[in-house]
Design a protein around this ligand. Structure first.
Ligand SMILES: Nc1ncnc2c1ncn2[C@@H]1O[C@H](COP(=O)(O)OP(=O)(O)OP(=O)(O)O)[C@@H](O)[C@H]1O
Ligand SMILES: [Mg+2]
Length: 378
């Protein structure tokens, strides 16, 4: 096994499409790293460079200690699972899984004839590996079937099996669950986590789905426009987003933002004024334009279950436009001047739509970003 390191990696397509821009990222040995970001941010390109399917324009790429820029894809000892995995339709599940191994390890027909003993041993080893992988993926009973006789989820597992039997140094997965329905996706997500725990193979997993990233990644790397925005454990990305983009991308419903200024230790905007907590670093930015951010779950009905004291410093009055009852929680769309904010509320709160209500926020959970650079002020 091995880690993967990007050192100042840039990929330019054609004259000026910078798909990946000066990427520095160290994926540790045995780590489950998720690359996440909106469509077109460069995730697949980054993955394809590791696989050797795309050449970098600048920078150095390492697998383990080895610089692999000039190493042929088949010598990189990685296995890749794509969104559109193609199984061989005329082959059984067993042969689909074993095919790559046979090709790689059994060499040609004449070699097998002249090395019968060795060939037999290799065939036995391949059989063991296929059986082990099939057991692990719970497709042991499907080995004789053809792909067309399988469900989408089962086909997905065959594609995974094909990657697992290779026992690669690194797994690369590009949105491998996107063809599955919602329920199967959640189930397979858990299976992939278990698989990683059992095999301990360094895995780099690409998705545009922030929930998938948060639930699967030991660390997640958030990308935007080819630029790495933040690499951290999911909790840190959520609680301490490095900038406004990351703050808005991770979390659903997304973080609310207000545009305003720091004045006398307070955040002041057209819509509301909130005191900054005692030690907040934004206090020293008097007069500066900033973005204020608050997550929907950190806004409360001021009369119900606010975990902090309710004062003039952390409250605002506004009308609820729409209230969605979801069972475990309610989502309220609150109209604040020209802005609509989202709050996830305890269903026990008696809020009604169309009524002006007092809301309170937890000031320890606010986020302040520089207006120009959009970097978090902390
Ligand atoms: N072969 C190519 N030639 C030219 N431009 C390309 C090529 N491949 C990708 N790009 C461009 O590079 C950028 C990054 O593409 P990439 O496929 O890495 O995005 P992605 O993050 O995987 O997006 P998605 O979530 O949609 O799969 C995009 O602007 C894309 O149009
Ligand atoms: Mg992609």
């Amino acid at each position: 096994m091995a880690g993967v390191t990007f050192k100042n990696i840039t990929k330019i397509f054609g004259k000026d499409v910078k798909a990946v821009n000066d990427l520095n990222l160290e994926i540790r040995d045995s780590e489950f790293m998720v690359l996440v970001g909106p469509s077109g941010c460069g995730k697949t390109t980054a993955l394809r460079m590791i696989a050797g399917l795309e050449e970098s324009s600048e920078g150095d790429l390492f697998i383990g200690e080895t610089r692999v820029n000039d190493v042929h894809p088949k010598d990189r000892d990685i296995a890749m699972v794509f969104q559109n995995y193609a199984l061989y339709p005329h082959m059984s599940v067993y042969d689909n899984i074993a095919f790559g191994l046979r090709l790689r390890e059994l060499k040609g027909f004449f070699w097998q004839v002249f090395n019968a003993g060795e060939a037999k041993r290799i065939k036995q080893d391949i059989d063991n590996r296929v059986q082990d992988a099939a057991k692990m993926l719970d497709i042991g009973h499907l080995l004789a079937r053809k792909p067309k006789e399988l469900s989408g989820g089962q086909r997905q597992r065959v594609a995974l099996g094909r990657a697992i039997v290779r026992k690669p140094k690194v797994f690369l997965m590009d949105e491998p669950l996107s063809n599955l329905d919602a329920k199967l996706r959640i189930q397979t997500r858990a299976e992939l986590i278990r698989l990683h725990r059992d095999l301990g193979i360094t895995t780099i997993y690409v998705t545009h789905d922030q929930v998938e990233a948060m639930t699967m990644g030991q660390r997640i790397a958030v990308m935007f426009n080819g630029v790495l925005q933040q690499v951290d454990e999911p909790e840190t990305v959520y609680n301490k987003p490095a900038n406004k983009f990351v703050a808005g991308f991770v979390g659903a419903p997304p973080m609310n933002f207000l545009e305003g200024k720091i004045e006398g230790g307070k955040f002041v905007s057209k819509e509301a004024t909130f005191a900054l907590p005692e030690s907040h670093p934004a206090k020293s930015h008097n007069g500066k334009k900033v973005w204020f951010g608050i997550r929907p779950e950190d806004i409360y009905d001021s009369h119900n279950g606010v975990p902090v004291p309710v004062t003039a410093d952390n409250t605002f009055k506004a009308k609820v436009d729409v209230l969605e009852k979801l069972g475990a929680e309610d989502t309220a769309y609150i109209v604040l001047g020209e802005k609509t904010m989202t709050a996830t509320l305890d269903p026990a709160s008696r809020i009604e739509s169309g009524v002006e209500t007092e809301f309170a926020i937890d000031l320890d959970k606010i986020h302040i970003f520089d207006f120009e650079s959009e970097a978090a002020i902390r």
